[in-house]
Design a protein around this ligand. Structure first.
Ligand code: GLY
Length: 580
């Protein structure tokens, strides 16, 4: 198992790095892409750092930082680049959440650019004739497509929080070039295309881009996305309106309706991102700042951390049966609460303060048996109201001024519904599956949803995305987040616990095997890498442990002794943390 001595080694290496030069060093002409092996030491840099799930996109971000862009400029450029280089999750046709820290103002803001339900959406639209959820309708047809938020979200981030030194067109140019010139099919792209053969292959517009003849593009071939390049050029020239009005919006709406959906051009024209107050908590003296509803991520991250604060995790030891049992038992009630209380704050009152109150966590902690797993049926959503006083790829970027971005965005499933809107190059999401088709029904992640997360016109579906900052003494320490559907929250949780409790260096914290329990189904998912005797002890305590599922891609950045440490997640091929 991973040992704390690695942190000391990382600090030693950090200390031996020369002091920051005044002038950023020139970019090496042919810097090698980092090997796809498990990387147990973070990458170190002094000026800026980008950690993303795809190496070319990381390098786009680093180049923007070198040109004087701030972390937000770089994040926006990475966001557009990933739409080209990581088409299964990076996107123009999906949505997400961005957390921005502005060092000079000592301010953190949350940008909610989650998709919305079209105006013609109805509460029962995902129920079949038998009154049961029609999973195919909510994941594979035009009905599954939420009104995309990414283009307006990224453009708004640039407008409000960019450095002002680079235009939106400057930030989109690298993505347009990658789409027009093409990228080699390798790493994660080569892995994911064959898996998406059925999904992409059913749509001629998608086959035309991602297939060669009757099969998906293979390793060594080139993915060229000319229509996407044209769409990016139009946005660069005309701003986000070029996407949300006119011919591109018309094509997207037509593609969705042609696939059985109900989206109109007016839905696209009316889309607006929301600037929100982040949700804030603390853990062992560290400040935790994360995403508020309509993501459940921040609330349940803080809720679980509050429960864990009453246990000596460090004393139990990383990867020990005691620590994993405690983590799982703390996760269960949070997911039970999620199923009952969480939804779009515009439509339902989410008891945020109660859910993240320390005394509420005391009640949840008191119900944990340190020796025995509780069956899911024995765990119910709690009553946070008395504690209420008033009221799918992730990347992390930090710049030389200390500004930071933690961004998670998605098409929901890998490649969404697999449909490219003809003539636009834009892959469309299936985010509508994140609504609950009816109270108590499960979505594709097995997450149970309640009335608070019902489909409604214009509503935002509940998310688990958890872009997060951790502060120490008011100074930003860690930037993290992850994809992974329902496992996002527990992935972010374990990165934080690994750093703060188990004193792992960032690369170890990101790479260490993770577990996940989401209350229902009543199963503890465990990644490969835990010892057989640990698994045996967990089973003897009543946990139903299923080994094998890989969890998340927590591309993160952290400050270590005044330097920036970057770690990309070794679970996915082609990830890269790089700084300068
Ligand atoms: N689509 C996954 C999530 O937002 O949680």
């Amino acid at each position: 198992m991973i040992r704390t001595g690695r942190l000391a080694l990382a600090l030693l290496l950090a200390a031996s790095v020369p002091a920051a030069a005044q002038t950023p060093p020139a970019a090496p002409e042919t810097a090698p892409i980092q090997a796809d092996d498990a990387r147990m030491l973070p990458v170190l840099a002094s000026h800026g750092m980008v950690s993303s799930q795809e190496a070319r996109a990381t390098r786009v971000g680093v180049e923007i930082l070198r040109r004087g862009g701030n972390a937000v400029d770089a994040a926006v450029a990475v966001g557009f680049a990933l739409a080209v280089t990581l088409p299964r999750a990076g996107n123009l046709g999906g949505g997400g959440f961005m957390l921005v820290h502005l060092a000079a103002r000592d301010e953190t803001v949350a940008i909610d650019y989650r998709e919305t339900a079209p105006a013609a959406a109805t509460e029962t639209m995902f129920l079949g004739p038998d009154g049961e959820p029609d999973r195919a309708a909510s994941t594979r047809t035009g009905k599954a497509v939420g009104v995309p938020g990414s283009v307006r979200g990224l453009a708004e981030a640039h407008r409000l929080y960019g450095s002002g030194r680079l235009s939106l067109a400057d930030l989109i140019a690298p993505a347009e070039r990658l789409a027009r010139e093409g990228i080699p099919v390798e790493s994660g792209l080569a892995d994911s295309l064959p898996r998406a053969q059925g999904l992409l292959g059913q749509w001629p517009s998608s086959r035309a881009i991602f297939f060669s003849g009757d099969r998906p593009l293979q390793r060594g071939e080139t993915l060229v996305q000319r229509d996407l390049a044209e769409t990016l050029r139009a946005i660069a020239e005309g701003g986000p309106d070029a996407f949300y009005r006119g011919p591109i919006a018309a094509r997207i709406a037509a593609a969705v309706r042609g696939a059985g959906g109900v989206m109109t051009e007016a839905d696209l024209t009316g889309y607006r991102p929301e600037i929100r107050e982040p949700v804030r908590g603390s853990y062992r003296g560290y400040g935790i700042v994360s995403m508020p509803p309509p993501s459940s991520g921040g609330i349940h991250l803080i809720e679980i951390l509050n429960v864990l604060e009453g246990f000596d995790l460090a004393g139990m030891g990383a990867g020990s049966a005691n620590a994993l049992h405690t983590l799982a038992e703390a996760m269960k009630p949070a997911y039970a609460d999620r199923a009952t209380w969480l939804g779009d704050p515009a439509r339902t009152r989410v008891p945020v303060k109660g859910l993240i109150a320390k005394p509420y966590a005391d009640t949840l902690r008191a119900a944990i048996d340190p020796e025995r797993a509780r069956p899911a049926a024995a765990v119910k959503a709690g009553d946070p109201l008395p504690f209420e006083h008033t009221e799918t790829t992730h990347f992390s970027v930090v710049d030389a001024e200390g500004n930071a971005v933690s961004n998670t965005y998605t098409l929901n499933f890998s490649y969404g519904i697999g449909l490219v809107a003809e003539g636009t190059g834009v892959l469309l999401n299936n985010e509508m599956d994140d609504f609950s088709a009816k109270p108590g029904a499960r979505n594709a992640y097995g997450l149970v949803g309640g009335a608070a997360n019902a489909v409604a016109p214009g509503a935002r579906p509940l998310s688990s995305m958890t872009p997060t900052f951790v502060f120490k003494d008011g100074r930003l320490l860690l930037v993290t987040g992850s994809p992974g559907g329902s496992r996002i929250i527990t992935t972010v949780l374990q990165v934080i616990v690994n750093v703060l409790d188990f004193r792992m260096n960032l690369a170890e914290a990101v790479a260490a095997p993770r577990i996940h329990h989401q209350w229902q189904p009543d199963v503890m998912l465990a990644e490969e890498g835990l010892s057989p005797d640990t698994l045996a002890i967990l089973r003897s305590r009543g946990h139903s442990v299923k080994v094998g599922a890989s969890s998340g891609s927590a591309n993160s950045v952290m400050w270590v002794d005044g330097l920036l440490a970057g770690a990309s997640d070794p679970r996915q091929r082609g990830t890269l943390a790089e700084g300068y």
